[in-house]
Design a protein around this ligand. Structure first.
Ligand code: GDP
Ligand code: MG
Length: 440
């Protein structure tokens, strides 16, 4: 999705004024990009209709830079479809808060149960994980493993005692939580590979029995066009209060997100971005829109950086960005620290402009850090502190010293400069700019 759109916007930006046919051409490209990204057809139609109407209106005509204004409109409309404001998890006035998970088998419910538990625990909550998926023999064990990883308690039916009745288990768990003072109950339920009447009824019965504060519909972001039908079926069969997009770390770049939010009118509350329990974050519509438009998810990046580094370190780095004293040494140190933060590939994917480099990204591996290290270590102290010193002959010397090519050195310096510039804007509280693009 992003690649197509960035191309379209790039062309658009070259123009000073916009004619109706420019707008139509752009809207056509957006439509094609969205359809390619598996956004549901009705959603595409409505979306492009609104963009076209606004793009032909006064706000664009009178704008200083009409092309930029169109990009802003696309961004606004995307944020709107994705739910506008960030929607937070609702807690019960009187604990326990009951959160029920629903969705197809393999959507990521059980994993999410662990992620939620870990995340809530960090915030001082005391979650109880409830095994109400009694469909698959392995399901209870799997939830047990996840609970242990999250440091949370598992509530499961005693073997041989009423096994097989998930509604009963769910009900009992609430009483247990109340007695033992767990403040959140997370109920994992069963799913099938396809929508299934019996399991839908089971989920509906669990919902009726425990009256959850939140019912989260978990959907695999990779399932493409099936997302809409699945979401609708669950909305009719069980209904839900919020959506969790899982597997956003894969190739899916927002098609399913756009469709599901738009078609069900339910907010997306969390995004799941990997198999381990930390790969999970509250969903921000504005950030997702930026990601779709390939602005890169700078804010998420910074938040994750802040979690992985200690606070003091983060403060120092921010200060360096703001005052322009960020050096190549810092850059290297940061890259090394990023190793703690999950896969480098994922981090790179969140940097602006990387949408166009997916192929390279797929070949990206940890060796990149080793190469970066080699290059930076071949620089003098003065060069690392002040990359402006790096003229042609110095770059050649560094390339030879590190066993890399001058192009490698150039790319590294360029990446460093872009990162420093963007981070500086963000550190000052500004809107990040993509090189060659205006603020959106
Ligand atoms: P459930 O059947 O809905 O309970 O789904 P599971 O939680 O068992 O997940 C199914 C598979 O998807 C497992 O292999 C998980 O490790 C994997 N998975 C879950 N969430 C994510 C995610 O956000 N990203 C990726 N890449 N894999 C995930
Ligand atoms: Mg499961």
């Amino acid at each position: 999705l992003s690649d197509r759109l960035s191309e379209t916007f790039k062309n658009l930006r070259k123009k000073g004024t916009l004619s109706a046919s420019d707008v139509d051409g752009t809207v056509r490209e957006i439509r094609r990009a969205l359809i390619d990204a598996d956004v549901a057809f009705d959603v595409v139609k409505e979306f492009t209709g609104r963009v076209r109407e606004r793009a032909l209106g006064d706000e664009v005509n009178k704008a200083l830079n009409p092309a930029q204004q169109v990009v802003k409109i696309v961004n606004d409309e995307l944020v709107g479809i994705l739910g506008g404001q960030q929607r937070r998890l609702e807690f019960a006035k009187t604990p326990p808060t009951v959160i029920m998970l629903a969705g197809l088998q393999g959507a990521g419910k059980t994993t999410l149960a662990g992620k939620l538990a870990k995340w809530l625990t960090k915030d001082g909550h005391t979650p109880l994980l409830v095994a109400a998926d009694l469909q698959r023999p392995n399901a209870v064990t799997q939830l047990g493993v996840v609970a242990e990883q999250a440091g949370a308690t598992l509530f499961a039916p005693e073997p041989g005692n009423g096994v097989g009745d998930p509604v009963r288990v769910a009900k009992d768990s609430i009483k247990f939580a109340r007695d033992k003072q767990y403040d959140t109950v997370i109920i994992d339920t069963a799913g099938r590979l396809g929508v299934d009447a019996e399991l839908m009824k089971q989920a509906a019965n669990i919902r009726k029995a425990v009256d959850p504060d939140e019912v989260l519909f978990v959907i695999d972001a990779m399932i493409g066009q099936d997302a809409v039908a699945t979401a609708k079926a669950f909305q009719e069969g069980v209904d839900f209060t919020g959506v969790v997009l899982s597997k956003l770390d894969g190739d899916a770049r927002g098609g399913a997100a756009l469709s599901v939010a738009s078609v069900t009118g339910r907010p997306i509350i969390f995004a799941s971005t990997g198999e381990t329990l930390d790969e999970f974050e509250p969903f921000h519509p504005d950030r997702m829109a930026s990601r779709i438009l390939d602005l890169g998810d700078i804010l998420t990046l910074i938040e994750q950086a802040q979690e992985a580094f200690d606070e003091e370190e983060a403060r120092k780095v921010a200060e360096k960005f703001a005052t322009d004293t960020f050096t190549l040494d810092d850059f290297l140190k940061q890259m090394q620290q990023l190793r703690n933060m999950g896969s480098i590939k994922k981090m790179m994917g969140m940097l602006p402009g990387m949408g166009q480099m997916r192929d390279q990204l797929d070949n990206f591996d940890e060796r990149e850090i080793v190469r970066t290290e080699a290059i930076i270590q071949s620089m003098t102290k003065a060069e690392r502190t002040n990359p402006k010193l790096l003229n042609g002959s110095r770059r050649l010397r560094i390339a030879r010293g590190s066993g890399m090519t001058v192009t490698d050195v150039n790319q590294l310096v360029q990446r460093f400069e872009q990162a420093a510039k963007m981070m500086k804007t963000v550190a000052k509280g500004g809107v990040p700019q993509v090189p060659g693009m205006g603020p959106v």
